[in-house]
Design a binder for this molecule. Structure first.
Ligand code: GUN
Length: 284
């Protein structure tokens, strides 16, 4: 029987440490680190995520605002908004909630952020720093996943890690982070032939495809560390991940649950990146 990796407890510890740093920043600089979130449109899942981020920031002594813009917002209007936030010296972190409505071009919006305030770590400059192995602002979900892998007592060095998914938000950055920790990394995706056989070789599985219960227990190597990034809604309204949790528990060594695994870590890392951005800006 696998052990459950408790993302909520791990996130609580990270958030406690962030709060201490945020309060020290306030003492030193006379203001709290600040996070501004831009939400365009009324996607229900995004509304919930943004509300959770807002509450978590408040609890960690991080100030900020959510800028809610109508779905009809144009590319030019959104660019002007993001440029305005980037130019405001009182703002440390900016997050544009994704996905944006289809008529907006995400990449060019992200590219106009000040990279020093890009707490999502998605700006090409920050992506480049990750690629060359230098410290920068790194994407929150993969950073949180790496923390959970280490919290499970797993050193990636020499292990075979299989990442399922190649998104800019999760798949590509976590593949680089695992490589940085000396894992042998395979990136699998929708065109991968015989995915089951590829996953069966993995000591570490990171599933980030957004397909409910895709990864079965029979796909897993006994003792594997399984990190489930998926958040899918079943027909009965219940949340589930990309991994069949009950089956994985019977085979794997460590498994993250959904909910209560990766999700809380993503938010904790966003707060950590915000304080890091504030500290770095104050030094520069
Ligand atoms: N939508 C789902 N996850 C994320 C995230 O980590 N950052 C942003 N900006 N949008 C998201």
């Amino acid at each position: 029987m696998a052990s459950i990796i408790d993302g909520k407890a791990a996130a609580e510890l990270v958030r406690g440490a962030v709060k201490v740093r945020a309060e020290a920043f306030l003492q030193q600089h006379g203001r709290s680190p600040s996070l501004h979130v831009v939400l365009v449109g009324d996607d229900p899942a995004s509304q919930v995520y943004v509300r959770n981020k807002e509450l978590a920031a408040h609890k960690a002594s991080i100030s900020g605002l959510v800028h809610r813009l109508p779905i009809a917002t144009t590319q030019a209007q959104l660019l002007t908004k993001v440029q305005g936030l980037s130019a405001d010296p009182a703002i440390d972190g900016i997050l544009v909630q994704l996905p944006l409505p289809k008529h907006l071009d995400e990449q060019s919006i992200i590219a106009c952020l000040d990279p020093q305030k890009d707490v999502d770590g998605l700006h090409p400059y920050n992506a480049g720093l990750l690629m060359v192995g230098r410290p920068g602002l790194r994407p929150c979900t993969p950073s949180g996943c790496m923390h959970l892998i280490e919290a499970a007592g797993c050193d990636p060095a020499g292990k075979h890690a299989v990442v399922i998914g190649r998104s800019i938000l999760v798949g590509k950055p976590i593949a680089l982070m695992l490589l940085e920790k000396n894992a042998t990394v395979t990136i699998a995706h929708s065109k991968t032939a015989d995915l089951m056989s590829v996953v069966r070789q993995a000591d570490i599985v990171v599933a980030a495809v957004g397909r409910a219960d895709l990864v079965k227990g029979s796909w897993l190597k006994p003792g594997a560390v399984v990190i489930d990034v998926g958040i899918n809604k079943k027909s009965d309204g219940k949340l589930c991940g990309d991994v069949d949790f009950a089956e994985a528990m019977a085979v794997a060594g460590h498994v993250t649950p959904v909910p209560g695994g990766v999700g809380p870590m993503t938010i904790a890392w966003l707060l950590a990146n915000t304080v890091l951005a504030a500290e770095r800006r104050a030094m520069s």
